[in-house]
Design a protein around this ligand. Sequence first.
Ligand SMILES: NC(=O)c1ccc[n+]([C@@H]2O[C@H](COP(=O)([O-])OP(=O)(O)OC[C@H]3O[C@@H](n4cnc5c(N)ncnc54)[C@H](OP(=O)(O)O)[C@@H]3O)[C@@H](O)[C@H]2O)c1
Length: 294
Amino acid sequence: MSDNKIIDGKAFATKFRGRIAQQVATLKSKHGFTPGLAVVLVGEDPASRVYVKNKGQQTHESGMNSFEHRLPASTSQVELLALVNKLNKDPAVNGILVQLPLPKQIDPQAILDAIDPAKDVDGFHVVNAGRLATGGKSLVPCTPRGCLMLLKDRLGDLAGKRAIVVGRSNIVGKPMAQLLLNESCTVTIAHSKTRDLAGECRRAEIVVAAVGRPEMVRGDWIQPGAVVIDVGINRVDAGGGKTKLVGDVAYAEAFPHAGAITPVPGGVGPMTIACLLANTVTAACRQRGVAEPA
Ligand SMILES: NC(=O)c1ccc[n+]([C@@H]2O[C@H](COP(=O)([O-])OP(=O)(O)OC[C@H]3O[C@@H](n4cnc5c(N)ncnc54)[C@H](OP(=O)(O)O)[C@@H]3O)[C@@H](O)[C@H]2O)c1
């Protein structure tokens, strides 16, 4: 546990990726296989291109095999499903990630449903969501998994803590709430219809904001000493024709109240890809019948 109020996700993720690289090296030397991650990008969305490039780079750096599939924006759902089916059957591919958003002719749910749950390293398949909810062995969505790691590193045992998750998306809010519940927190899930959001936040010892609204969570919503995890990534006008990234929490306001807080950038963001790599190692071990790294 650290005394520093700022939760340095970047440093944490760097160390975590180092441990993953060691695990990959051990799998190679002791068990003779190298985990492989396939990332599929459809179209030319600029943010998605950056994410996919970073994922490929960090997969290589960890010693794993990276398979990148770039398809044109005109790709049909049938074509994408055919690729997913091929990857499902490929033994060199242990994890499959289809980068969202997809072009409008493709139903994302149909694609997510088609990924083999054992290779669903994003943890978005209904089987993995169901297992997470019922306490089974699942692959956990990367961003909430990263948030939980940062929280446990800071607080140790979370049992009995009052936590609020602001946001109820399937990829962040709901699995985050589920993970906190699994840690025996008392969890409130807030959303756009929540009455007195400020009051709900003030009761919480753990605040996770995953809203997508720049600096919506104000400083005086944070009870003294609460730990604040800001998932939001919002690009806003910084004046002079420039832009900057801010979170869903008004950082400067919240800082004096919080016991600890993640910055944006450099907080939750770097944990997401690190957890993707960890999920790929986990998926590979389960597929090969090898003990998973702790
Ligand atoms: N760091 C990372 O790696 C990472 C990964 C994923 C996402 N993100 C960021 O996290 C943020 C959330 O992402 P997401 O995919 O979960 O977003 P999303 O699917 O748009 O969901 C946003 C959630 O916020 C709730 N909400 C919207 N306005 C609200 C308000 N005024 N008061 C209370 N709740 C409100 C919505 O409520 P309703 O359900 O009632 O509409 C919804 O549940 C975004 O900034 C995104 O960029 C970061």
